[in-house]
Design a protein around this ligand. Structure first.
Ligand SMILES: Nc1ncnc2c1ncn2[C@@H]1O[C@H](COP(=O)(O)OP(=O)(O)OP(=O)(O)O)[C@@H](O)[C@H]1O
Length: 522
């Protein structure tokens, strides 16, 4: 196998019938039909659910028998011309023969032939089946969507879902080839939720993206993160054969049409090309127009047309067959909106904090103070002090610095500001309780004070345990203690005590680290 495939389902498509997993009876019947082609029916219909190996078996058969093959899509209006050409060429001996003497026509989506406006397609196929000497394999999910004459002209070979154990075997082989270590439980989980090998391979690829190990968590996270129903609807719109099913599925979704259109818009360019892409955008623009009318006229009946255009319209825009793995994503503008919203929240909480410190409105804080703060936050020293003063959290610091929350600078400023706040609290407690440091510095004691009074006063200062708390009860006790000290002093004593208090305050002031009192007091 060669080529650098992005799509694992394509990369691991079986090239020989012996590699087709499961469906042994169907594979056997197909081989027999091919080997007895000249005497039997000219066409077969391989039918069954999606992703179980119908197309793979057809291609593998051609490989095994050395036949050339051409893959056509029944829903493509150009198919009729192509088939006519092939049918015409087939009558000319020699020009149409592959290495093994045959050219196989693989006609995909044969059950969708009625979906085309060009009914001539079906007649052309019938004509080829009847007149040409070349084999045709028609692939269909639901053969009863095909006309009776077409069904009767072909041999019907049913394909069934693949056993979970067989799916696990295929996934294991892929893991080995990709050099990925994979929890058997994770493989089981992938296999159990689908009977379709293509989906299982896609799920494995999605879970293994960017890693060389796949765990159950990877598989479950993929489940959890994505609202699967939206993804299913995307699959029906971009890959489904029945446009009405996509509309029904969308209606059952718990999403508003104005949200679903974002999904369709996001995933359209990943799913379609060229003309299909253009036609798809055309359908989206019509859907958008109806959504606009809903808004303008408040006429929610218009949602019906919008929904129709974004599902059936986009589905019908597809004229070609697309293979390949498409990882559907939520609209990117949601992600942007999410980011913008969180930035708005941070800005508002910041404005509130500034507003209450500076006695200004939130709006004023937003328009005047925040830009100024952003400017002075460049000076690291100010940033720490301001962060402490405003008790900023990391989001708010990051906002002012225009940095990511995880940035080292942000966590550094945050840490230092928290230390500063703690120091400040401790200091306030000290001052409030009148203990420790001031005691040492205070040299002036009122000599005349009664020893008993002095004792009481000292005892009053040494009440740290209670002074630590600011609750009412303890304050009262402390206040009572002060009262005891100041009760009925002699005039001289009053003056001396007042002096002593003044000096004590001065000493305290000197001893106190420079505290920023207002936001802009540096
Ligand atoms: N039976 C199988 N054996 C091996 N690989 C398979 C089998 N079925 C599906 N696959 C894997 O899934 C991919 C898609 O399978 P395939 O195109 O054969 O499905 P399909 O039945 O034709 O589906 P659809 O009806 O949607 O076209 C293949 O490329 C291959 O990787």
């Amino acid at each position: 196998m060669s080529g650098d495939y992005l799509d694992w389902a394509e990369k691991y498509r079986p090239t020989s019938l012996k590699d087709v997993v499961g469906n042994d009876a169907a594979v056997k019947a197909l081989r027999q039909w091919a080997e007895t082609f000249s005497t039997g029916k000219k066409a077969v219909i391989l039918h069954g659910g999606p992703g179980i190996g119908k197309t793979s078996a057809a291609i593998a058969l051609a490989n095994d028998l050395g036949w050339d093959y051409i893959e056509l899509n029944a829903s493509d209006t150009r198919t009729k011309d192509a088939i006519n050409k092939i049918a015409g060429a087939a009558s000319k001996a020699g020009t149409f023969e592959g290495a093994g003497g045959r050219k196989l026509i693989i006609l995909d989506e044969a059950d969708n032939i009625h979906g085309t406006s060009d009914r001539g397609g079906e007649a052309a196929i019938l004509n080829v089946i009847k007149n040409a000497n070349q084999p045709i394999i028609m692939i269909a999910n639901d053969p009863y969507e095909m006309s009776k004459p077409l069904r009767e002209a072909a041999l019907m070979i049913p394909f069934r879902s693949i056993l979970t154990t067989s799916i696990v075997k295929v996934l294991k082989k892929i893991c080995a080839d990709q050099e990925i270590s994979c929890d058997p439980e994770a493989l089981m989980k992938i296999a159990e939720r689908t009977k379709d090998l293509r989906s299982a391979i896609n799920d494995l690829q999605a879970a293994a993206m960017g890693s060389k190990r796949v765990t159950v968590e990877d598989v479950s996270t993929a489940d959890r993160d994505v609202p699967e129903t939206v993804f299913k609807v995307m699959g029906m719109i971009f890959r489904g054969h029945d446009m009405t099913k996509s509309l029904d599925a969308m209606r059952k979704l718990d999403e508003r049409p104005d949200d679903v259109i974002g999904w369709v818009d996001e995933n359209l360019p990943r799913s379609y090309e060229d003309d299909d892409l253009e036609a798809g955008y055309d359908a989206i623009s019509k859907a958008d127009m109806y959504l606009g009318r809903v808004m303008k006229r408040q006429d929610y009946g218009m949602w019906r047309y919008a929904s129709f255009m974004m599902t059936c319209g986009v589905n019908n825009a597809r004229k070609r067959k697309y293979g390949g793995f498409v990882k559907y994503s939520p609209p990117t503008y949601w992600q942007k909106l999410g980011r913008a919203k969180s930035a708005r929240t941070v800005r508002d909480s910041l404005a509130k904090k500034i507003g209450s410190q500076c006695h200004t409105s939130k709006a004023e804080a937003r328009s005047t103070y925040i830009p100024f703060l952003k400017f002075i936050f460049d000076k690291n020293d100010y940033a720490v002090r301001l962060s402490a003063q405003l008790k900023l959290d990391e989001d708010e610091i990051a906002y002012l610095l225009d940095a990511k929350k995880a940035a080292k600078k942000v966590s550094e400023i945050y840490r230092k500001s928290r230390e500063m706040i703690e120091e400040e609290i401790e200091h306030e407690i000290d001052v409030f309780g009148h203990f420790s440091r001031p005691e040492k510095k205070l040299e002036v004691e009122p000599e005349e004070a009664e020893p008993e009074e002095k004792e009481k006063k000292k005892a009053g200062r040494k009440k740290p345990a209670k002074a630590r708390s600011r609750d009412g009860g303890e304050l009262d006790e402390d206040a009572a203690m002060t009262e005891e000290v100041t009760i009925d002093p002699a005039p001289q004593e009053t003056e001396i005590l007042a002096n002593a208090e003044e000096k004590k305050e001065e000493a305290l002031e000197e001893d106190r680290p420079k505290k920023q009192r207002t936001l802009f007091d540096f």
